[in-house]
Write a protein that binds this ligand. Structure first.
Ligand SMILES: Nc1ncnc2c1ncn2[C@@H]1O[C@H](COP(=O)(O)OP(=O)(O)OP(=O)(O)O)[C@@H](O)[C@H]1O
Ligand SMILES: [Mg+2]
Length: 265
């Protein structure tokens, strides 16, 4: 089933058009990779899906994006509610200047979420109320992000003391803590060492059971090992998209073949 339907999406910054009538359906509960050469519009496409593009002055967006059938560019849409449903994991982690614990507790507090609002939770976790509830929430999201075992004995330490790889998983825990359905991730492992990158990839594979994960990558090998579905952009055009096995096994377009073989990069 498709989670997101994009119809004739065009985006310009000033008079520079960077996405040209992109139309595609994005499947639910899979890992989707957006690939293509630098400057082809990957980040722009990603940010169009939770209206982060709106933060740019001088941006013009036309076309439609529907999530679960609801057009997110409707004038009366609640953008904060949208960004809660569609979380964004940036390339580099920016932990809040507070403890590991408070970094994770922050989002649910702002959004008024507690243990009872968890979608993915055991009955044991549901029992907590008040402080105990917050502790359960924090543990829950740190586990989902694959960080719990490494930080459970120092939850009150400043988040800035964590390694970059751990901070990126903390950032993932923070995204998860607002209970999104879709996770957008812009080159989420490009600032990480290979072992930390692998840990993030492992969590994505676990998380796709319950979330739709759309990530941008420059690394074809990463797209091959991680993605179920590929979106290939080239100079603002959607060249080809489809299941990863088909995309890599039987590419249709000449540009796709050239990109996969390394002739263009
Ligand atoms: N805020 C902006 N204002 C003006 N031009 C922009 C802005 N953001 C991006 N662009 C331009 O739009 C085009 C697409 O940018 P985008 O960041 O989406 O590409 P990308 O595929 O993510 O590239 P990279 O792989 O280098 O991250 C580029 O030519 C870029 O210079
Ligand atoms: Mg980019």
């Amino acid at each position: 089933m498709s989670k997101i339907k994009i119809k004739k999406l065009s985006v310009s910054y000033g008079n520079h058009q960077v996405l040209n009538e992109v139309s595609l359906d994005i499947p639910e509960r899979q890992i989707i990779a957006v690939i293509g050469p630098s400057g082809c519009g990957k980040t722009t496409l990603l940010k169009s899906m939770n209206r982060l593009l709106d933060l740019n002055e001088d941006v013009a967006v036309s076309g439609d994006i529907a999530i679960d059938g609801e057009n997110i560019y409707r004038p009366d849409i609640d953008v904060n509610a949208l960004r809660k449903r569609v979380g964004f994991l940036p390339q580099r982690p920016y932990p809040l200047p507070m403890s590991i614990f408070d970094n994770v507790a922050f989002g649910p507090k702002i959004h008024g979420l507690d243990v009872s609002s968890l979608s993915v939770v055991s009955n044991k976790e549901r029992e907590g109320k008040g402080n105990k509830g917050t502790q359960r929430l924090v543990e829950h999201y740190l586990r989902l992000a694959g960080l719990w075992e490494e930080v459970k004995d120092r939850l009150n330490a400043p988040a800035a003391k964590l390694s970059i790889g751990q901070q990126q998983r903390l950032a993932l825990a923070r995204v998860l803590s607002i209970e999104p359905e879709i996770i957008l991730a812009d080159e989420p492992t490009s600032a990480l060492d290979p072992i930390s990158a692998k840990l993030v990839e492992t969590q994505f594979k676990i998380l796709k059971e319950n979330y739709t994960i759309i990530f941008v990558t420059h690394i074809l090998r990463q797209a091959r090992r991680l993605a179920d579905y590929i979106i290939f952009l080239y100079m603002g055009d959607l060249i080809e998209h489809g299941p990863a096995v088909r995309f890599f096994g039987e590419p249709c377009d000449e540009k796709t073949k050239a990109y996969i073989s390394g002739e263009i990069s």
